[in-house]
Design a protein around this ligand. Structure first.
Ligand code: KG4
Ligand code: ZN
Length: 339
């Protein structure tokens, strides 16, 4: 079979990214222009600013990705782009750019689901990994426990009823004054703290064991802070960060492990920004080892938003015949498994 080169574009949130991926799993370039410094000023992502920055960056980033890969548009087989879910204005920039490039270069266009991309980051890092396997997707906007039944095919086992895991990290970080983005800052702070210092509640959802809820935990942290402030008590931020993180990690580990055991899966993967969390990786590594399950996680740079993962998912979509029309639109609330 001829080699397949995918040019991928990702702009769903606050990273403008482009990559060239060969035959699905070989990353020739992975260029990420992060807007973190810009949004830090406001304590979170400002959608309008994100869109404007994507407009400035998207073409330079694509040029750089092609250059770094040592290819031209002529060598590209298809253009893949994230078309949802995400911020509508941000998504539109990537979708418009990818459509223009594909149209001008006379290449097929392949719309990719952002979460399908996150899961696919595992294929890049673990060449032997193939469906079916269980996967815990934990990002800023999503918390899903899924069965990956085939490339691009998912069976959703559980999802969050309220906040996503990453959202909880971001909100708690803001409350203790760590700033944005909260996940990496809590991860770092927690290393200096005692995870058993404070016991936070774990939400149980009646009749839906595999669903998640993080808003109660977030409120418990805020109540703890308010209470301490009212009493004039000093709060140990490191203990608070470590105890909150443990509460999230314990719940994620418990549900993911219960599921792989129930279904007899031999492979468990994690994906999404929160998959780069060191405590979650350590907890699942230990639990999988004990259960005799293979544990897979992408390298941290491929856990957070990037275009290489979109190139990988786009490759499998391309192989299965997915082609998007020129009227492809951004779909901010695109559901997993929908097209
Ligand atoms: O996947 P991602 O880059 O964007 C979305 O698709 O949402 O995930 C971003 C989320 C943010 O909430 C961020 O705080 C969280 O991932 N995150 C982390 C870590 N690194 C990023 N959460 C916990 N620990 C980390 N090390
Ligand atoms: Zn993401």
């Amino acid at each position: 079979m001829e080699d397949v080169y995918i040019l991928a574009v990702e702009s769903s949130c606050d990273e403008t990214a482009a990559a060239v991926v060969k035959n699905g799993r070989e990353v020739l370039s992975n260029v990420i222009s992060s807007q973190i410094a810009l949004h830090t000023l406001y304590g979170g992502v400002v959608p309008e600013i994100a869109s404007r920055k994507h407009v400035e960056k998207v073409i330079p980033v694509v040029h750089e990705a092609l250059k770094e890969a040592g290819v031209t548009l002529d060598d590209i087989t298809a253009v893949a782009v994230t078309y949802g879910p995400g911020l509508v204005g941000a998504l539109l920039v990537g979708v418009s750019a990818a459509k223009a490039i594909a149209f001008a270069a006379d290449k097929p266009l392949v719309g990719v689901h952002h979460i399908e991309g996150h899961v696919a980051a595992n294929f890049i890092c673990h060449k032997e990994l193939e469906p079916p396997f269980a996967c815990l997707v934990v990002s800023g906007g999503h918390t899903h426990l899924v069965e990956v039944t085939d490339y691009g095919k998912f069976n959703i086992i559980g999802h969050t009823r309220d906040d996503a895991a990453g959202e909880a990290f971001d909100k708690v970080a803001r409350a203790i004054g760590l700033g944005y983005p909260g996940g990496p800052k809590i991860d770092k702070k927690a290393k200096e703290g005692d995870a058993n210092a404070i016991t936070f509640p774990k939400a149980k959802i009646e009749g839906a064991f595999y669903d998640f809820s993080f808003s109660g935990l977030k409120s418990a942290v805020l109540n703890y802070l308010n209470h301490a402030r009212m009493q004039g008590e000093e709060v140990n931020d490191a203990d608070l960060a470590a105890s909150f993180q443990k509460a999230v990690v314990d719940v994620l580990t418990e549900k993911a492990m219960a599921f792989v055991k129930e279904k007899g899966y031999k492979d468990l993967a994690i994906a999404g920004g929160v998959a780069s969390n060191s405590a979650l990786r350590a907890s699942l590594t230990a639990a999988c080892k004990k259960a005799g399950v293979n544990f897979y996680a992408p390298t941290p740079i491929l856990c957070t938003d990037n275009a290489a993962m979109i190139g990988c998912a786009g490759y499998y979509e391309y192989l299965s015949g997915t082609r998007s029309d020129w009227d492809l639109n951004a779909v901010p609330n695109l559901k997993l498994g929908e097209r």
